[in-house]
Design a binder for this molecule. Structure first.
Ligand SMILES: [Zn+2]
Length: 307
C-alpha cells in the first residue's frame, strides 16, 4: 500500500476529516461526498457511499464529541476499502469485489461535528458566542454532547421518557457536557437528519461506533431480531470484543434503540478500544484499535448480504 492519506498523528477535527475526504476523493474519484444535512452551527454532516449492492449497511461515528477516535478509525477503514477495491484482490479471505458488488456501504464518519470541534477546542467554535453559556464552565476535553449541550445518543424517540427519568435520578436535568436527553425527543437537528437519512435509505443493518470498552451491544428491550445475535457473535469473534447488553441506566433513546424498534433489523453499538473512563482514547492507540476493527468491518459487510 502506498503512503497513507489518513494519518494518526493528530486529533481528528472536522476540518481534518474534510481534508482527508477530499484527498481520498482525488485519489479515488469514483465516490461522491454527500451530506445528510447540517449541524446546529451549519456544518455539513458528511456521508459517503461505497459499493453498489442492493443490501445496505450503515456505519456512523462520533455521535459523542469526545469519541472522535471513532471518526478516525472509520476513515482509516474507508481508505483501506477503497484501496482494496482498486486492487481487486482477495484480502484476508474476503472477496472485496464481491462485497463491493453486493453491498452498498453508507458511512457518516462524524455525526456531531460541532461537538467534536468544541471538544478539540477549535478556534472558530471558541469564538462563537451563541451557545457559550452552555459550555464555557465545562472541561471541554470530556465534552460528549452537541453544541447545545444535548447528548445526541439520548435524543432518539425510543424510550426517550425513560432515558430522561434515568438521567434525572443522577441529577442531570439541564444542558451540559453529557447525559442530557434534550427538551424533547428529536429536539436536535443532528438527530433529525440521522432519522431522515435512515428512513430514506432503509438500511438492512447499522453499526454506531462509540468509545470505549471493547464491547458490542446488539439488542434493545426484548425485541427478537432475526440474525442479530448470530451476526453479533461473528463481529465479537474477529475483533476480540465482548458481545453484551447495556445496563438499564444507559439502555434508552440511542440511535441503535430507535433503529431496532422501527426497522426490526440488526443494529449494533460498538464501544471501540480501551482507555481511561470518560476520556478520549489517546492517538497512540489508533493503529491498535484499527487492527481490532478492520476485520469486523469486513465481516459486517459480508453478513449484511445475508439479511
Ligand atoms: Zn458514545
Amino acid at each position: 500500500m502506498n503512503k497513507k492519506i489518513v494519518k494518526t498523528n493528530q486529533s481528528y477535527t472536522y476540518d481534518i476529516l474534510k481534508n482527508d475526504l477530499l484527498f481520498l476523493n482525488y485519489e479515488f474519484p469514483f465516490f461522491k461526498i454527500n451530506e445528510i444535512g447540517k449541524s446546529t452551527l451549519g456544518e455539513k454532516i458528511i456521508y459517503i457511499k461505497l459499493g453498489e449492492g442492493n443490501k445496505k449497511l450503515f456505519i456512523n461515528g462520533a455521535h459523542h464529541a469526545n469519541e472522535w477516535m471513532t471518526s478516525l478509525i472509520t476513515m482509516m477503514f474507508i481508505e483501506t476499502y477503497l484501496t482494496l477495491h482498486q486492487k481487486k484482490e482477495i484480502y484476508k479471505g474476503y472477496d472485496i469485489e464481491e462485497l463491493w458488488k453486493n453491498v452498498s456501504l453508507f458511512i457518516v464518519p462524524m455525526v456531531n461535528p460541532d461537538g467534536v470541534n468544541l471538544c478539540l477546542k477549535e478556534k472558530k467554535i471558541l469564538n462563537d458566542n451563541l451557545y457559550k453559556n452552555i459550555w464555557e464552565k465545562s472541561n471541554l476535553e470530556n465534552w460528549k454532547a452537541n453544541i447545545r449541550g444535548v447528548d445526541l445518543n439520548l435524543n432518539y424517540p425510543a424510550g426517550w421518557e425513560q432515558a430522561v427519568k434515568n438521567k434525572a435520578k443522577k441529577g442531570i436535568i439541564a444542558p451540559g457536557a453529557r447525559d442530557y436527553s434534550g427538551p424533547n425527543a428529536v429536539s436536535e437537528i443532528e438527530t433529525k437528519n440521522m432519522i431522515n437519512f435512515t428512513t430514506l435509505f432503509q438500511f438492512d443493518m447499522t453499526i454506531s461506533l462509540h468509545s470505549q470498552g471493547q464491547e458490542i451491544y446488539w439488542n434493545y428491550l426484548n425485541y427478537k431480531i432475526e440474525k442479530a445475535y448470530e451476526i453479533g457473535k461473528k463481529l465479537a469473534k474477529v475483533s476480540g470484543y465482548q458481545l453484551t447488553e447495556p445496563t438499564y441506566y444507559s439502555s434508552f433513546a440511542g440511535y441503535k434503540d430507535w433503529y431496532i424498534e422501527n426497522f426490526k433489523k440488526p443494529g449494533y453499538t460498538i464501544e471501540i478500544g480501551k482507555g481511561e473512563e470518560g476520556k478520549s482514547l489517546p492517538l497512540e492507540k489508533a493503529k491498535e484499535i484499527y487492527e481490532e476493527m478492520e476485520e469486523l468491518f469486513l465481516i459486517a459487510i459480508q453478513e449484511c448480504k445475508t439479511i
